[in-house]
Design a protein around this ligand. Structure first.
Ligand code: SF4
Length: 335
């Protein structure tokens, strides 16, 4: 039975990054109607990221920062209005939905809503094999049992329904289903935020182990920098659709440069698990994305704002280690 990944024929594909996001933007027109001009919401704006094979890239930001819109574009569920996303060197717009799903699979926040309540665990996990026409029923059943063991689910649960499982077990089912066709990339969108803290740690450990076993690349989306400290190699911080800082995870945790990254890190010290948003102690709330601030979009909340910040947008300053987009860091003056 062929449940192995389709081997990339081109050596070039093996040498290219797993994922290249170049100048990607996504706009929405909202509020337009009869005799009424709508407004443009820039959900993602000129994002540039390169993800190496086997790497864990964390993307962090508040709700509304654009991280979920970006992940939907990486999954091919939404088209960018600007720029391109390349997987194995190939623009994903030229990859069929079926082939793209072999390369990249999602893990969502709420496993319960992503699992069909009328299907058994065995049926749910084997669905990708059936969809792609892999194996006989007996081979699929054996592959499901093997995968259940790999994600820490007793095979006796194969005839159970999602409602009979705990939250952690349901997330293991979702992970097993995602891995059945051996994707190269997993896009994990807040995969542990609906779980108890002790179960969160188990799922993070599982994802770490599976990364080694299946040679996976992860895009890990969260509002919680603490999780990224544990699992990510690099972190991109998003604010109002833009990446404002990108750095190796350790460096970002020890020495965040952008004032927003600094505030996110501070919020880790006063976590409130009942809140979706971290308490950033930044005074005025998240700006209206339909009327974004002029200049640096963070300036109304920034404790280090300078006069020029309100009318001049900062340019990204890049080096070998990453990028920061803030007037405090300029060419010749990287603090
Ligand atoms: Fe703060 Fe100015 Fe930097 Fe924006 S550019 S983050 S307002 S210091």
């Amino acid at each position: 039975m062929n449940v192995q990944p389709a081997m990339s024929a081109a050596v070039a594909a093996q040498e290219s990054p797993a994922l290249e996001i170049s100048g990607v933007g996504r706009s929405f027109h909202v509020g337009a109607g009869f005799l009424r001009k709508g407004k443009t919401l820039r959900a993602v704006d000129d994002v540039n990221l390169t993800v190496r094979r086997g790497e864990v890239l964390g993307i962090v930001g508040e709700s509304g920062s654009g991280k979920t819109t970006l992940s939907r574009m990486m999954l091919g569920l939404m088209k960018p209005t600007d720029g391109s996303i390349r997987m194995d060197g190939q623009d994903i717009r030229t990859i069929s939905r079926s082939d793209l799903s072999r390369k990249v699979q999602p893990i969502f926040q709420d496993p319960y809503s992503s699992l069909n309540p009328r299907k058994t665990i065995g049926q749910i996990i084997s669905l990708p094999l059936e969809t792609h026409g892999n194996g006989t029923p007996a081979e699929r059943r054996a592959a499901v049992e093997q995968m259940m063991l790999q994600v820490g689910l007793p095979p006796r649960l194969i005839h159970s329904y999602p409602s009979q499982l705990s939250g952690g077990q349901r997330q293991r089912v979702a992970i097993a289903r995602a891995l059945m066709i051996r994707p190269e990339i997993l896009i994990c969108d807040e995969p542990t935020s609906a779980l108890d803290v002790s179960v969160q740690a188990q799922i993070l450990n599982l994802l770490k182990d599976l990364r080694e076993t299946f040679n996976l690349t992860y895009i890990f989306i969260t509002h919680d920098l603490g999780i990224l400290e544990y699992i990510a190699d690099r972190v991109a911080v998003m604010y109002m659709g833009r990446v404002v800082e990108e750095a190796p995870a350790r460096q970002l945790m020890r020495n965040p440069r952008h004032p927003y990254a600094h505030a996110l890190l501070g919020s880790m010290l006063t976590p409130d698990p009942t809140l979706d948003l971290p308490d950033l102690h930044l005074g005025r709330g998240f700006p209206d994305p339909l009327n974004p601030p002029t200049g640096c979009s963070f300036h109304p909340r920034c404790p280090k704002a300078m006069p020029e910040c309100s009318n001049l947008a900062p340019k990204p300053l890049r080096n070998d280690n990453g990028m920061v987009e803030c007037h405090l860091y300029r060419e010749g003056n990287p603090q």
